[in-house]
Write a protein that binds this ligand. Structure first.
Ligand SMILES: *[C@@H]1O[C@H](CO)[C@@H](O)[C@H](O)[C@H]1NC(C)=O
Ligand SMILES: *[C@@H]1O[C@H](CO)[C@@H](O)[C@H](O)[C@H]1NC(C)=O
Ligand SMILES: *[C@@H]1O[C@H](CO)[C@@H](O)[C@H](O)[C@H]1NC(C)=O
Length: 474
């Protein structure tokens, strides 16, 4: 890319010129200098400055010097001045740069040789999302939607924290909401169009679902709560929900009085003038029965319940490399188009290469650190390699608090490249959880077809397994 190098060289020269001016004691502060036409174009008087790269100190990892198609993970922690070099390709990056980004994203700095062409962005660190601040230190939220990952048209995600007693105010929205509790505990409640009621308490590892349009509220119990929200619309914005406060603030008080059977206008004297969104409240009564309000339609029947106590469920699959816990409408019918897997991958292990036939996949990575978001910079991490047809493939690095989005039908693996367990959630817009395992696919295909296609030996193909492996030990 000669134009890229030319542009970078120009920036460096500008920076050098600024440094030289500072060093030569040029006056600081505001100054103006008349432009001179002698600086236009080539002029032997305007000699170039050569970049001195002879003294750049750096070291390469052994994996950077081996065949790039081996593509091993590059752990740049502790490596002097990491460089974009892999196999026979790349070159020096003398700067300007921020090495911390390169350490976090080694597969972007020095991609495996198998990366090719272009794959739409598939990751977003919530650490780069704007925080929406709750009132009275009652909590906050951070969202990821199509603004951050343009290809994520089918789902958006929000990470939300409520302090003890803090509310996410009574509201509804045009998207359906699926949620996984990351830590702490929360009371959730809702009222249906038929006047049925619902209230439940959930804690870490449990799941809730509210259909589009159904009004609900959330209140943190002692110790507060943090949860991940997934909406079935990539353009969902937490700023465009319908709020109880606004219903009252944005209807004439005279209409409110008639609506509520002739209450005096003074009844509305102290209503909030606008949204509360997240705000502190009276602690929820310990006895949930005190909040079981029931009308003539009764409570929501248990088979239509808006909650599922997934934390109490056993893992669906356990392997030497980790485990998978699946939740889908077979056990949680109200969430009729949300299927998810909570996947744990031990250090060095890989969630096997697979794709989803039905849908896109939003993968929210939760390593041990996300649960408090205090140890964002833990050493463990993961990478996902995506193959997107037409020869295109790209590798992305993920850390606690990051989310990702993999469009329908593209293969992907998740490799734990750190020293801690990786825990992440795959959420699908699908009526059951399913994937096609590349290993099982070729294991169940007549061997001669596989040998002819991939130029593999009989002894290699004969070791392919006929069952899904889910998480393969490193
Ligand atoms: C929840 O947060 C607490 C306090 O930060 C932490 O000690 C605990 O390990 C977290 N729970 C889980 C399940 O990670
Ligand atoms: C298959 O592998 C053999 C052995 O390396 C090689 O000689 C041959 O060219 C390969 N065939 C194809 C079609 O790539
Ligand atoms: C592969 O090897 C097995 C024995 O390991 C043999 O039974 C089979 O016929 C071989 N298949 C082919 C296609 O060579």
């Amino acid at each position: 890319m000669p134009s890229h190098f030319a542009a970078r060289g120009a920036n460096l020269l500008l920076a050098l010129a600024a440094l030289q001016q500072a060093a030569s004691g040029a006056p600081t502060g505001t100054s103006t200098t008349a432009s001179s036409t002698s600086l236009l174009g080539y002029n032997p008087a305007n000699g170039v400055q050569f970049q001195d790269t002879d003294n750049i100190q750096y070291s390469l990892l052994p994996q950077q010097t081996e065949d790039a198609n081996i593509g091993a993970f590059l752990d740049f922690n502790g490596v002097e001045n990491p460089q974009p070099i892999r196999g026979s390709r790349g070159g020096l990056d003398p700067g300007p740069r921020k090495t911390e980004y390169d350490i976090l994203n080694p597969d972007k700095l020095a991609p495996p040789g198998t990366d090719h062409g272009s794959v739409a962005n598939a990751e977003w660190p919530l650490g780069l999302s704007h925080t929406k601040m709750g009132l009275g230190r009652a909590g906050w939220s951070r969202q990821q939607n199509v603004d951050n990952i343009p290809v994520a048209t089918e789902m958006a995600g929000v990470d939300m924290r409520l302090e003890a007693g803090g509310y996410r105010e009574l509201h509804w929205h045009t998207a359906a909401e699926w949620s996984y509790v990351l830590n702490g505990s929360v009371r959730i409640q809702a009222v249906t169009e038929d006047g049925q009621t619902f209230v439940d308490d959930l804690s870490a590892g449990d799941v809730w679902f509210f259909p589009a349009g159904v009004p609900h509220s959330l209140q943190a119990l002692d110790g507060g709560v943090e949860f991940l929200l997934v909406f079935d619309d990539g353009s969902f914005s937490e700023d465009s929900t319908f709020l109880a406060t606004e219903v009252f603030a944005r209807n004439p008080k005279s209409v409110l009085s008639k609506n509520f059977g002739g209450l005096p206008l003074s009844a509305w004297d102290n209503i909030p003038s606008g949204e509360l969104f997240i705000f502190p409240g009276t602690p929820a009564p310990k006895d949930i029965a005190e909040q079981n309000i029931v009308g003539s339609a009764g409570v929501i029947p248990v088979e239509q319940s808006y909650s599922y106590h997934l934390s109490k469920a056993a893992d669906t699959v356990t392997t030497a490399g980790g485990s998978v816990k699946i939740i889908d409408p077979k056990t949680f019918p109200i969430a009729s188009m949300f299927s998810a897997a909570v996947v744990t991958i031990k250090p060095g292990a890989v969630r096997e290469i697979h794709w989803h036939t039905l849908t896109s996949c939003i993968a929210e990575l939760l390593m041990s650190g996300i649960l408090t978001l205090s140890s964002f910079f833990i050493s463990g991490d993961a990478r996902i390699g995506i193959y997107a047809a037409e020869g295109n493939a790209r590798t992305f690095n993920y850390h606690a608090g990051d989310c990702g989005y993999i469009p329908k039908a593209m293969t992907h693996y998740v490799e734990n490249t750190g020293t801690d367990d990786v825990v992440f959630i795959e959420v699908l817009q699908a009526d059951h959880f399913s994937d096609i395992s590349v290993g099982q696919w070729v294991g169940l295909t007549p061997p001669q077809i596989v040998m002819d296609t991939l130029n593999l030996t009989n002894s290699t193909v004969s070791q392919f397994k006929k069952e899904k492996q889910y998480v393969v030990q490193g």
